[in-house]
Design a protein around this ligand. Sequence first.
Ligand code: S3P
Length: 190
Amino acid sequence: MEGIHKVNTKCNLFLIGFMGSGKTTVANYLKETYRMDMVEMDLVISKREGKSISDIFALHGEEYFRGLETALLEEIQKKSGVVVSCGGGVPMRSVNVDAMGKSGRIVFLRASPETIYERVKDSHDRPLLEGNKNVAYISELLEKRREKYEAAADIFIETDGKKVSEIGEEIMHSLWALEHKNKNDNDGRI
Ligand code: S3P
């Protein structure tokens, strides 16, 4: 499949959002359609540690896991043209937001608590949701995190009820518009 948007895919693209907001599915679409490299942060961390994310949390604690996320982002910062499916907690640390902003654009995939619940209800690889898989808990945690997601993002995408291809193309269109705007702003500068 060929992407319809002509954008600069040299910069990195960081997909952020709550667990189950579709980051990995959309990252795969962009990888296939725009021939970008892709990093799924949880997958890389899990492979390197030789353990599931749940086991990393259980054996070493959440702070250890957060340290691995920050170290991985520092590595990614040196690359270009990579679409990154970030773990849902990544934008909670300002050092992570700085690292992402230095090498790319940050895209916030929004989804309602109901949609998120439907997507996560049968999975068991998200330690923060084990024993808490209900719409009320998801809403509460999402509210606590919303400000940080919004402050980090360059681009906001509503995902409820949309196909992955629509979301992917909306991202590329927004990226194109942002680049265009920046170019025009710069051209007008004296
Ligand atoms: C987390 C999200 C998970 C994973 C870990 C913690 C979070 O990733 O990194 O369970 O704090 O929101 P996904 O957003 O890919 O599920």
